[in-house]
Design a protein around this ligand. Structure first.
Ligand code: BT5
Length: 324
């Protein structure tokens, strides 16, 4: 009923309606109307109450509330189960709990902020309130565990596409899991898996996307290496629209993988890569060396040429710094 009342107020853009009128049209008691309006106000909806005229919606909050996002979704099953939080330690952690408890493929976990956002290799992910899209999606893929790292590449391609369609901004993909603009990171992706040797139970793809932060909202140590869509575009962007597009692209590319395998993804990835065909520094656990980034192979591993020899660099055990 709450979302019906909200939709009613939205449909009558800024017009006043008395509690009596709303209760009559939606066939609900006046007390219930009052209670739901109070609840909407506490969620951040700017609803004006006038003793004589009644209620009108002045503004919806800039939050990714399910009642704001779900009506905009163009997906078949991504986002059907949608868990929204104001603040969590990490959406990946919550998504893994949901998956263990049986949540279906396409389940979305989203938070306005994370207080222990995770990067790879126990690094942190800075996730300030209401400024980005901090999102995890549960998949139950039919392919082998060895294919799971390629979900990173799939997510990178889907996010790149969604950002371009909604904002016109062209990001480059840095191997394996970053989207960059002018050398600064705008998206990070963390894929985690729960599997047996020959069967995946589930994969959680975690995506962090900087949307509306100004430079001053980044901590000092990230200012040189990170940016947001708003900084690049010079204006705030609609997180709701972008989130809906991200889920659409992710579902589209995931379905493509299920039907055709990863080849179309790897090709798209190559087209948008800023790592390939250049000199890079491979920074491993035990050694750091310069090499030429030649290609990615069918497993998504980076193939570099080092002292005339081809070397495979696997996801997770190195990071790549493009040489200046
Ligand atoms: C990543 O790790 O880039 C993966 C980040 C995944 C974050 C999402 S948010 C939703 C979901 N829930 C989670 O808990 N995580 C996922 P990595 O390649 O290790 O990069 C981490 C490094 O990026 C840090 O050490 C910082 O240098 C930098 N960094 C941290 N926060 C950033 C931000 N908001 N924007 C750009 N760079 C950032």
């Amino acid at each position: 009923m709450r979302s019906k009342i909200l939709q009613f107020l939205k449909n009558h853009d800024g017009e006043y309606f008395s509690g009596e009128e709303i209760s009559r049209q939606l066939k609900v008691s006046r007390t219930a109307v009052w209670k739901h309006i109070q609840a909407l106000k506490s969620e951040g909806y700017d609803i004006e109450s006038h003793t004589r005229l009644g209620y009108r919606l002045k503004e919806s909050p800039d939050l990714l509330l399910p009642q704001e996002v779900c009506p905009q979704l163009k997906t078949t099953y991504f986002g059907q189960e949608f868990h929204y939080y104001d603040d969590v330690p990490s959406t990946n952690r919550v998504a893994k709990e949901k998956a263990v408890a049986g949540s279906p493929e396409g389940t979305v976990v989203l938070a306005e902020s994370q207080n222990q956002g995770k990067g790879r290799l126990s690094r942190g992910w800075y996730s300030p309130h209401g400024q980005g899209i901090w999102l995890s999606v549960v998949l139950r893929p039919p392919f082998l565990p060895s294919d799971a790292p390629k979900c990173n590449l799939m997510a990178a391609v889907a996010l790149k596409e969604a950002i371009y369609k909604v904002t016109g901004i062209n990001c480059g993909i840095k191997w394996p899991n970053d989207l960059l603009i002018d050398g600064k990171k705008i998206v990070g992706i963390l894929t985690e898996m729960n599997a047996e040797l020959d069967q995946i139970h589930f994969v959680v793809i975690g995506m962090g996307l900087n949307c509306n932060q100004g430079v001053d909202l980044f901590p000092e140590e990230l200012r040189e290496i990170a940016t947001s869509l708003a900084i690049v575009k010079g204006e705030k962007i609609s997180r709701k629209k972008l989130l809906a597009q991200i889920l659409y692209e992710l579902e589209y590319y995931y379905e493509t993988v299920k039907k055709e395998g990863f080849t179309p993804i790897l090709n798209k990835w190559r087209e948008n890569s800023i790592t390939l065909n250049r000199e890079v520094r491979v920074i491993g656990f035990n050694e750091t060396y310069g090499a030429f980034a030649e290609d990615i192979d069918e497993d998504g591993a980076l193939v570099v040429v080092k002292d005339g020899q081809r070397v495979k660099v696997l996801a997770g055990d190195v990071s790549i710094r493009t040489k200046e």
